[in-house]
Design a protein around this ligand. Structure first.
Ligand code: COA
Length: 695
């Protein structure tokens, strides 16, 4: 017997305690330990077995680190069958999170009790697979088709109270899992309760599973796992238990073999790894009890909202009383959303807007805050004035942060007497919704300032990514390149609408042109004007057709017209025919004969441009690892999670293939398609981006 399961006999009950921290994942040792524990109990002359977890949780799932590796020891489905078939009465006592394989072990037990704070669920679809140890066969027998489809295809965590009402749990008791489990098991024995295998319960009636499959597939926006899981539930209704289990295994293995599974698991581990910086080990963050925000536009108000919701008092600084009131209005509007969704109560809403938020027009109001984030106009001269004033009023040790999206944070830091306290905190709009936070570390930023940036990110429930200083940092720099690849394809013959469609079919939340309309076309226009004024390289292909759209006062969604025409009250827009005419005119003026692009070619080029720039960003140390880029694109740029991120995608696609696309492009335009040295090196060495993640 392994140490992962401790065995103890208490009267007529054998107690199996799982001890595999941090989350009691059902790895080899735990599985073998459970098997040995059940066998020992059966020989020990007891009447019942109690299973529970030590530490913070019951089994939180199969051990995901074993996925894709050669199988070892007893299979989880066989273990579940063995537990259920035991002649003893088997009880599981749940606390923490009984998820995936964990819930499947609980479902194989004959009775289930939990503490009130316990949560259960089958989140396998969130890592690109489906329940594979009887979850789709046992759960519907307990709670019916409709509830099972909801729980399994959403992967959501179900609270104990709801789980009791649904019939997943038999009882909820306050206390420790061991204590409530023992009392319940004894009570069952005393009342003469017998084994109650879920597999022997009748299966629910079948429904129209083809329609259900189609509906779930559509909702998954390209993610297959939830729809395939529906077929598992179908098997529960249409086949005897053993045949249903066999079918579930086949479907599970189908998903296990997909790139989607690899992408989803890469995302799962990377979102946890991304904010763990070796250089921050043992570095304590500075105290963070209040923050200041300068500028109450959409961005500043979003940042303030996020901070307030995380329990941080905010001083909002604006230029005038009217502007400050307008900022408060925006923040209150954001908080109304949280109120409507039940995230805060009416009383909290009032407390946040009337007490936790302070409006100010004088920099002196910032003299006592621990951290200030400025979200003022994106112009170096303006930023310098702000930082000069902050330097004068902020207390010693206060952190001075800029929300700039591309300006040089070193230059900003240099205009203060305390560059070690200056950092970039780049939020994404709307800042109280978007999960990404780029933490831009300048040359002189102190380590404990970086640590505080990450601590703030964690407090605001963001995915924080460390970025070095360059034009656009990680995300916007890569965006500028792949957006350019799209612009070039438009000049050469593709339409913006075909490109948007090809990329949403690939899995992006939106295509680049729809995104531009949403963000406001004035932003890109200003950048183009700035670049032209600074002097562009003659080899850099420029396009002017959207300037004309902007000159006419059309800036995308906010004005009702851009690449698309938007009708009030309708989601999404229809292609703007004026844009098509302007593109045709520009091609003619430039002497370009338009050619046809296939959707495949569009995706291949767009992705190759993205991967190439990403490889430069990693190669230059702007991003620490490939996974940092992947998480940036996933959480800030609508990249499909089931593809793992651009560099995970590139690994799966084949780096040689991606490099070939880049070299092919270089034959027409060797300025834009200059291969990243890191990509060439990896191809030459036969290595992958993921190899770098593991270094
Ligand atoms: N297999 C292997 N490792 C796992 C794991 C699993 N099923 N679940 C969590 N871990 C690891 C995490 O990677 C993390 O490792 P790290 O400390 O080295 O980064 C550690 O356990 C703690 O997890 P974390 O997510 O940071 O803790 P949390 O308290 O925020 O959340 C869970 C706990 C269980 C809710 C969350 O980890 C989770 O959802 N796990 C996946 C559950 C799942 O999908 N199970 C189904 C698989 S069949």
């Amino acid at each position: 017997m392994t140490d992962a399961i401790a065995y103890e006999r208490i009267g007529e009950i054998a107690v199996l305690k799982a001890q595999n921290p941090p989350v009691n994942a059902l790895g080899f040792d735990i599985r073998e330990g459970l098997l040995a524990g059940i066998e020992r109990a059966e020989k020990d002359g007891v009447k019942a077995v109690l299973i529970y977890g030590d530490g913070r949780t019951y089994f939180a799932g199969a051990d995901i680190t074993e996925f894709g590796k050669p199988p070892r020891g007893i299979f989880l489905p066989d273990l579940c069958a063995r537990i259920e078939a035991s002649p003893l009465v088997v009880v599981s006592a749940l606390h923490g999170t009984a998820l995936g394989g964990g819930l499947e072990v609980a479902l194989a037990s004959h009775y289930r009790i939990a503490v009130p704070s316990a949560r259960v669920g089958l989140p396998e679809v969130l890592i690109g697979v489906m329940p594979g140890a009887g979850g789709t066969q046992r759960l519907p027998r307990l709670i019916g088709v409709e509830a099972s489809v909801d729980v399994i295809t959403s992967g959501r965590q179900v609270g104990a109270k709801e789980a009791l009402a649904l019939g997943i749990l038999d009882r909820i008791e306050e206390g420790e899992p061991r204590e409530i489990g023992l009392a319940y098991t004894q009570e069952l024995l005393d009342s003469g309760a017998t084994r109650r295998p879920v597999s022997e319960m009748p299966a629910p009636e079948a429904v129209d599973f083809d329609a259900l499959y189609d509906k779930v597939l559509k909702k998954g926006r390209g993610l297959l796992a939830p729809a395939v899981a529906v077929r598992g539930i179908q098997a529960c209704c249409e086949l005897p238990f053993d045949a249903g289990m066999k079918r579930e295994r086949e479907l599970f293995m189908e998903l296990m073999d997909t790139d989607q599974r690899q992408g989803m698991i890469h995302a799962f581990f990377s979102e946890r790894a991304v904010s763990k910086l070796p250089e921050l080990k043992g570095i304590a963050p500075r105290a963070l009890a209040s923050i200041g925000v300068i500028g109450g536009g959409t961005m500043g108000a979003g940042i303030a909202t996020a901070a307030l919701l995380a329990g941080l008092p905010v001083v909002m600084l604006e230029m005038s009383d009217e502007a400050a009131e307008a900022a408060k209005g925006r923040i209150a509007g954001n908080l109304q959303g949280a109120l409507k969704r039940g995230k805060i109560s009416e009383a909290q809403f009032t407390q946040l807007t009337e007490e936790a938020l302070t409006l100010a027009t004088d920099y002196d109001a910032l003299s006592d805050v621990d951290l200030v984030i400025e979200a003022v106009f994106e112009e170096m001269s303006v930023k310098k004035v702000v930082f000069g004033k902050l330097d004068a009023v902020c207390k010693k040790g206060a952190i001075l942060a800029s929300n700039t999206s591309y300006l040089d944070v070193n230059e900003i830091a240099a205009c203060t007497s305390r560059p070690e306290d200056v950092i970039g905190l780049h939020f994404f709009s709307p800042a109280h919704v978007m999960k990404l936070l780029e933490i831009v570390v300048a040359d002189k930023t102190a380590l404990d300032v970086v640590a505080t940036g990450f601590a703030l990110g964690q407090r605001l429930k963001k995915i924080s990514v460390r970025a070095g200083v360059c034009d656009g940092f990680i995300g916007n720099r890569i965006l500028a390149t792949y957006r350019k690849a799209a612009d070039h394809m438009v000049l050469d013959g593709a339409s913006p609408y075909q490109i948007d469609k090809a990329l949403t079919d690939f899995g992006f939340a939106m295509g680049p042109f729809a995104v531009a309309d949403l963000a406001g076309l004035d932003i890109g226009w200003a950048v183009r004007k700035r670049k032209r004024a600074e002097g562009m390289d003659p080899r850099d292909r420029d396009s002017e057709y959207m300037d004309k759209v902007c000159e006419a006062g059309n800036f995308g969604q906010k004005t009702g017209k851009g690449y698309y025409v938007y009708e009030a009250g309708k989601r999404g827009g229809t292609p703007n025919p004026e844009v098509t005419d302007l593109i045709a005119a520009e091609r003619a003026a430039k002497g370009i004969t338009p050619r046809a692009f296939t959707d495949d070619e569009i995706v291949t080029r767009y992705m190759a441009a993205m991967v190439n720039e990403a490889a430069k960003v990693v190669g230059e140390g702007i991003a620490r690892r490939p996974l940092d880029v992947d998480m940036t694109l996933l959480f800030g740029y609508g990249f499909p999670r089931y593809r793992g991120g651009p560099l995970k995608w590139a690994d799966m696609e084949g780096l040689d293939k991606v490099l070939a696309t880049i070299k092919n492009g270089a034959q027409e335009d060797d300025y834009f398609w200059e291969p990243a040295p890191l990509l060439e090196k990896l191809v030459a060495e036969g290595r992958s981006f993921d190899d770098l993640n593991k270094e």
